[in-house]
Design a protein around this ligand. Structure first.
Ligand code: TZP
Ligand code: MG
Length: 214
């Protein structure tokens, strides 16, 4: 996947694992994609998260849903699982395996890195990350150890400092505030609860998609 292709694919970035869903996750993902999700990250974390073989089996199902719908499938944190599933890439945080070592294992697959500050963004961009996940932008209930929300100014600051790689905002993004994230300089928004926690994931994704394309 080329850089500009990835930038487009990051537009409506859906993240989820079984703890985020009330319906079967593969069904939630199907519905979300029907609503317009453009990329998916499998993030099996938090209370009741599957481990080992069960985590892998769900990952296989979700990868298949992505594949048949032609959207990229990324795995959160778990490099070994990403390789086992032949995922399109991974997303790693600042506390996860260092970017250089992830790149060595993943070759030219997609690597996204979380950044909370300009300095973290700079390091990840210089280190060869394919995109940045910047946030939390707004307060979130979906991450136990989330830092304080900083609003959209951090995205502006990153752009003003000449960092041009694709950016997605993350944290508390939903209808009503998604557009502001793009206006600050992001290429897309990544969301958990505003789609996975909605009664109708398809309608929720479609609503967000409409806001992003307005
Ligand atoms: N990293 C920063 S905020 C967050 C993660 C994984 C959670 C985002 O979830 P939500 O429900 O879209 O606020
Ligand atoms: Mg992580």
């Amino acid at each position: 996947m080329t850089g500009e292709h990835l930038r487009d694919a990051l537009k409506l970035y859906f993240i989820m694992g079984s703890p985020n869903c009330t319906l079967p996750p593969e069904q939630v993902l199907e519905n979300a994609i029907r609503g317009g999700v453009t990329l998916f990250q499998y993030r099996e974390k938090g209370k009741g998260a599957r481990k080992g073989e069960e985590k892998k089996v769900l990952g296989e199902k979700l990868k298949w849903v992505c594949q048949k719908n032609g959207i990229p499938f990324l795995v959160n944190d778990d490099i070994a699982l990403a390789l086992e599933l032949d995922a399109d890439g991974v997303h790693v945080g600042q506390e996860d395996e260092p970017l250089a070592s992830v790149r060595e294992k993943l070759g030219d697959k997609i690597i996204g890195v979380s950044a909370y500050t300009l300095e973290e963004a700079r390091q990840a961009a210089n280190g060869g990350a394919n995109y940045l996940g910047v946030g939390p932008i707004f307060p979130t209930k979906s991450k136990e150890d989330a830092k304080a929300a900083k609003g959209t100014t951090v995205i502006r600051e990153i752009r003003q400092n000449g960092i041009r790689i694709p950016i997605v905002g993350i944290g508390g993004i939903g209808p009503g505030n998604a557009k502001s994230v793009i206006e600050a300089g992001a290429d897309g928004v990544s969301v958990i609860s505003s789609i996975a926690g909605a009664e109708d994931a398809e309608a929720a994704a479609a609503l967000l998609k409409r806001e992003l394309t307005l």
